[in-house]
Write a new protein. Structure first.
Ligand code: PHE
Length: 371
């Protein structure tokens, strides 16, 4: 940077233009070095500083000693230079080099903004939910901090019943003084939203419930203490086990391809009777048997069953607190089915992911593959 302010020998327009062009060029050069706040501050002091700033020195060296007839021409050029410097300081840092003094270089590549993508788990959830939306289901959500009543009791898990041991529960602290049905916990499944929905709505009901659930499980390649489920509930007159089979068979074919077969195995859940585990023919070997299906040809994917009359009874007891004559869920007239599936497991199968932890790691090398 050249700090010297030369002596002006003449004050004619040509001489003034030469000097001010030189100064403007100097500003342009300085601007290309403005990369930080400190650079800009140094630039400001260098040109506009009250005592030693160049404009101050120029004003002293040239303006004061100028002959009266040259003062106007000098003043105009002086103000133009000052405005340029101020414009540099007002421009946003990154744009200052380009726009304030040099103009915009349209040959530079644009700033690339990569749009975000849905997380693979959310994408899988949307895919599953949309299969059921096409069947006329709507979506319901519920809280992750849930009461014992909704998560267990109304679903026919009595207090201290061993069935609770299958869902190792994370409980909220300091609840011992509350009645057991009001104690808070992290919901272990999405099934409590079945109860919330039935208390609030009369049949016919067709809903899917996607959401986060929590269990006190140690993390390994296939387990995570926080994971996702999608629950389904269909309640109406004349709903049979055949409807359940047909619905889930269709859903599995829609998700995994029309070649996929399903089979239903007897199982147990306190809130469904009869209950079943659903298996699909192995999507990796087509059912011939491979390492992925442990050479059985089948992969277990979800739980389901017909809504247990005890669940309707719990719902009716709640509804009767508001309307003692309520009979919307009379098990003589109303039946239903429910199902629940793990989203991670399905996403891992669809995308060949071998470790559940990848979904939560935030590692861009993993996530980028779904863009
Ligand atoms: N809530 C059960 C679980 O988390 C799954 C399920 C839902 C089973 C609905 C049957 C009916 O294990």
């Amino acid at each position: 940077m050249d700090d010297s302010i030369p002596q002006l020998l003449t004050y004619d327009d040509a001489a003034l233009d030469t000097e001010f062009t030189r100064l403007t060029n100097q500003v342009q050069v300085d601007v290309t070095f403005l990369n930080s706040y400190e650079d800009r501050e140094r630039f400001r002091l260098d040109w506009l500083g009250r005592k030693q700033g160049r404009l101050k020195l120029i004003s002293e060296a040239w303006l004061k000693s100028a002959p009266p007839e040259a003062k106007k021409a000098l003043g105009i050029r002086f103000n133009q230079l000052k405005q340029k410097i101020e414009a540099v300081l007002e421009a946003p840092t990154t744009a200052s080099q380009e726009s304030a003094v040099q103009g915009i270089d349209i040959t530079l590549p644009g700033a690339l903004r990569t749009p975000g993508i849905p997380h693979p788990l959310l994408k899988t959830m949307h895919e599953i939910v949309s299969v059921f939306h096409h069947l006329g289901y709507s979506t319901n959500l519920g809280p992750q901090v849930e009461s014992d009543f909704y998560n267990f009791e109304a679903l026919n898990f009595p207090p201290n019943h061993p069935a609770r041991d299958t869902q190792d529960t994370l409980v909220i602290a300091n609840q011992q003084t509350r009645p057991s049905r009001d104690r808070l916990l992290m919901r272990t499944h999405t099934s409590p939203v079945q109860i919330r929905t039935m208390i609030a709505q009369v049949p016919p009901i067709r809903i899917v419930i996607p959401g986060k659930v929590h269990r006190n499980d140690a993390a390994d390649a296939t387990h995570s203490p926080i994971f996702h489920q999608i629950e389904g509930l269909c309640v109406d007159t004349n709903i049979t086990f055949s409807d359940l089979k047909g619905t889930l068979d269709h859903a599995m074919k829609a998700l995994f391809g029309s070649d996929v077969k399903t089979r239903f195995f007897p199982s147990f859940f306190p809130f469904t009777e009869p209950s079943a585990d659903v298996q699909i023919s192995c999507i990796f070997c087509g059912g011939k048997g491979c390492r992925k299906c442990k050479h059985s040809g089948w992969i277990e994917l979800l739980g389901c069953g017909m809504v247990d009359p005890a669940v309707f009874a719990a719902v009716t007891a709640e509804r009767r607190k508001i309307n003692p004559a309520d009979d919307a869920y009379n098990p003589e007239k109303i039946t239903g089915f429910a199902f629940g599936m793990g989203v991670e497991r399905i996403a891992m199968m669809l995308h060949g992911v071998s470790d559940i932890g990848h979904f939560y790691s935030g590692d861009m090398r993993f996530l980028d593959q779904f863009a």
